[in-house]
Write a protein that binds this ligand. Sequence first.
Ligand SMILES: Nc1nc2c(ncn2[C@@H]2O[C@H](COP(=O)(O)OP(=O)(O)O)[C@@H](O)[C@H]2O)c(=O)[nH]1
Ligand SMILES: Nc1ncnc2c1ncn2[C@@H]1O[C@H](COP(=O)(O)OP(=O)(O)O)[C@@H](O)[C@H]1O
Length: 184
Amino acid sequence: MASGKLIVLTGPSGVGKGTLVRSLLVRHPELYLSVSATTRSPREGEIEGKDYYFLNKSAFETMIEQNQLLEWAEYAGNYYGTPRTKVEEKIDQGLIVLLEIEVVGANSIKDSFPDALRIFILPPSLEELEHRLRSRKTDTEEAILRRLERAKEELKVSEEFDQRLVNDDLEIALQELEGAIFSD
Ligand SMILES: Nc1nc2c(ncn2[C@@H]2O[C@H](COP(=O)(O)OP(=O)(O)O)[C@@H](O)[C@H]2O)c(=O)[nH]1
Ligand SMILES: Nc1ncnc2c1ncn2[C@@H]1O[C@H](COP(=O)(O)OP(=O)(O)O)[C@@H](O)[C@H]1O
């Protein structure tokens, strides 16, 4: 059987990663989206094992020590990481596995998984990124400013990724993403 592959989507908060991934999964239900582990508290409506595996700090640190994570990073005061076993299992089954993760972890994937295709999603401009973060209405003013500061740093390393894609028109960005994922 053909071996699967690992696709890593990253980019600053508010650029549209979640929106792109949700649309991709609707169009291509055969794709497998990895469920991350995190120490952040569940938001209302989030489901254990579907949105995240919600762990306390010591359980997360045990996963790090036992090399159970493909990558991990700290983001806004919490740990986030990709459990290794499921990803490897699905790739062995020939599936295309998607990770939607922040920039530091995405960059480090090249060490643990050199064959991964790492795609950086860019905003059309910083102004538009700010507009999207505000219009999403999920973050406090302080969190928005923190995310924008971090975005400036993240955008500086975008050239270290295998592919870069601007999420301006959503449909065009989706088509570019499909091209990157399904080309050989
Ligand atoms: N490195 C890494 N980042 C992750 C992982 N899971 C989620 N993230 C990222 O962590 C950041 C914060 O996620 P979250 O608290 O759910 O907020 P939101 O994505 O802005 O709604 C986002 O940039 C996610 O893409 C993971 O397993 N590893
Ligand atoms: N191409 C686009 N054009 C305009 N708005 C967009 C586009 N893609 C996403 N958005 C909007 O931007 C906001 C942030 O998107 P989201 O998917 O939550 O970003 P991320 O997962 O990268 O943090 C959402 O309100 C979403 O509807």
